[in-house]
Design a protein around this ligand. Structure first.
Ligand SMILES: Cc1cc2nc3c(=O)[nH]c(=O)nc-3n(C[C@H](O)[C@H](O)[C@H](O)COP(=O)(O)OP(=O)(O)OC[C@H]3O[C@@H](n4cnc5c(N)ncnc54)[C@H](O)[C@@H]3O)c2cc1C
Length: 381
């Protein structure tokens, strides 16, 4: 999928698979890690194991942009609460240091630009700030490592290279891992754009690859002339779509574009140096260099893509598995899951512990509103 400009500083210790546990978490992205850590944080006596088919951060979370945004891709949903306040509280409780900063985020566009817009970029018209909304950024590598360490330190078992091959249901769910059965009282499926047959989302949600690049470090003067001295992340509310943020050493990260795949398995082998992904990346590089004189000739140091999952109405999926009520399926944040994954991962943990109900979001937003509220966030095309 290409390499982003951060590292994930966590590797699980080799250990024997358990035969029986209280809680199984499938997927080592932000959602699964937050859930595993929160389960042990809330109930230190329960046996919790997380199974990741590849390595921690192999999916979307390790290839994200790292903008922490409020609400969902479909806007606010009934009972959602304040995602950013929730995220900050969970990270604080779990003592995860991931450079969370919430200075606000800019919606940018070609129309309705604020008179004193700090940004004036050339991109199919003049792009400027139309509105400031709550938001900010994290370091994705640090958030993944921090959540994995928080889970592990609290006694959750973490298994990498441990694909959940199948799931069957007796009185309780039984997962097959490396050919062996692992019985759990309850399970969370946080596999996002992959293993859609396992999560019951095959044919009900669309897996896609979306692209990003990072520049070489810029000088403070370059950052100022771009209008980014306040380090606020930004995303367009009209087309063509573009999002971006400032990362460490004053690197800029930009992203846009979708590669459609018929089968999620294609995501696992897709080479970003070839085909449509490569074309989207080179178009993005050209666009970025044309945005402003400060970016003309800028060197691109990192190019990558990552999976996202888009479900009906652009709403996240957070529900019990159709085949067993002790299995929860959580994901499909439509490219809007950095803050939401941690917030809802902790909520899923509380639901598994019987301390909280799941939300009732199905049918809460109609398709037209969902598309509109998305405001250009990963539009198809
Ligand atoms: C380029 C890009 C930019 C983005 N930018 C932003 C942004 O700026 N702001 C924002 O809010 N969101 C953004 N997103 C979306 C956000 O990153 C995701 O919504 C979030 O990371 C999803 O986390 P997750 O844990 O649910 O899924 P993932 O991180 O995808 O984790 C799922 C894990 O499950 C594992 N898995 C799959 N099948 C199995 C199995 N059978 N057994 C065991 N393990 C399995 C996978 O290997 C994977 O590690 C972006 C995404 C991309 C790709």
């Amino acid at each position: 999928m290409g390499l982003p400009p951060w590292t994930i500083d966590f590797h699980s210790e080799p250990q024997a698979l358990p035969e029986e546990i209280d809680f199984a978490v499938v997927g080592g992205g932000f959602t699964g890690l937050a859930a595993a850590a929160w389960l042990r944080h809330s109930e230190p006596g329960k046996r919790v194991a997380l199974f990741e088919c590849s390595h921690i951060g192999a999916g979307s979370s390790g290839h994200t942009g790292g903008m922490a945004l409020s609400e969902t891709a479909a806007g606010s949903l009934p009972g959602l609460g304040d995602v950013l306040v929730g995220l900050s509280g969970i990270l604080r409780e779990l003592e995860v240091q991931c450079d969370l900063g919430l200075p606000g985020a800019w919606e940018i566009g070609r129309q309705g630009v604020m008179p004193n817009s700090p940004i004036a970029w050339n991109d199919s018209g003049t792009l400027g700030v139309t509105r400031e909304v709550p938001g900010g950024t994290i370091d994705p590598g640090k958030m993944l490592s921090g959540l994995a360490q928080a889970a592990s330190k609290r006694g959750a078992l973490i298994f990498e290279n441990a694909p959940v091959e199948s799931l069957h249901f007796e009185e309780s769910p039984v997962l097959t891992i490396r050919g062996k059965p692992v019985r759990a009282r309850s399970a969370l499926l946080a596999t996002n754009a992959e293993s859609l047959e396992l999560s019951g989302l095959a044919g009900r949600a669309q897996p896609k690859l979306t692209m990003a690049i990072a520049t070489e470090p810029l000088s403070p003067e370059q950052l100022s002339s771009l209008g980014l001295a306040q380090r606020k992340p930004f995303y367009t509310v009209d087309l063509p779509y573009l999002w971006g943020r400032v990362f460490h050493e004053n690197r800029l990260i930009f992203g846009c574009g979708l590669v459609h795949v018929e089968d999620w398995r294609v995501l696992l082998t897709l080479n970003v140096a070839e085909g449509r992904a490569a074309k989207l990346l080179s178009d993005l590089e050209r666009r970025v260099r044309d945005l402003h004189s400060a970016l003309r000739g800028v060197r691109i140091s990192h190019r990558w893509g990552g999976p996202i999952l888009i479900a009906e109405n652009w709403e996240p999926v957070f529900r019990r598995h159709a085949a067993h009520r002790n299995v929860i399926v959580l994901g499909a944040y439509s490219g809007h899951g950095v803050a939401l994954s941690v917030y809802l991962g902790a909520w899923a943990a509380e639901a598994m512990l019987g301390k909280r109900d799941l939300p009732q979001w199905d049918d809460a937003v109609n398709a037209a509103d969902g598309q509109k509220l998305l405001g250009g966030h990963y539009p198809t095309g």
